[in-house]
Ligand binder design. Structure first.
Ligand code: THU
Length: 136
């Protein structure tokens, strides 16, 4: 485990503090490490019009990308569940836009972490190559 990942794991747990999840009461925290070692955190934000809710991972990515960061080493994900929480399908696709080899750290506690490559969680990804190679 890279040393900078320790901080990332802790920040993913802390990020849950700001979860706005009055409907599910399920809090998720994400901490995203850029290639140049900047960290952006995110938490889930729900909405009375349920389908407008947004996951912690996409909040963290959106914060980073909207500030000019598009290359990432890893994202740590923590939740209020007792078990490791895998990112939902929509988040896997969204994260893949910015690199399929990003490390995904699933955090159960500071010392219990499972690690995957995003490519392991999203085989056969639909990506930009389809759009650039399509017949017009
Ligand atoms: N949620 C996330 O934040 N990330 C995921 O990858 C899965 C689900 C949130 C969305 C919603 O606020 C709550 O968890 C219950 O689905």
């Amino acid at each position: 485990m890279h040393s900078e990942y320790k901080k990332l794991i802790e920040l993913s747990i802390k990020a849950r503090k700001f979860s706005y999840s009055p409907y599910s009461e399920f809090s998720v925290g994400a901490a995203l490490l850029t290639k140049d070692n900047k960290i952006f955190t995110g938490t889930n934000i729900e909405c009375a019009s349920y389908s407008l809710s947004i996951c912690a991972e996409r909040v963290a990515y959106s914060k980073a990308v909207s500030e000019g960061y598009k290359k990432f080493k890893a994202v740590a994900i923590s939740s209020s569940a007792d078990d490791f929480t895998f990112p939902c399908g929509a988040c896997r696709q969204f994260m893949a836009e910015f690199g399929i080899e990003t490390d995904i750290l699933l955090v159960k506690s500071k010392s219990m972490v499972k690690s995957f490559k995003l490519s392991d969680l999203l085989p056969g990804v639909f990506d930009k190559k389809y759009l650039f190679n399509s017949k017009k």
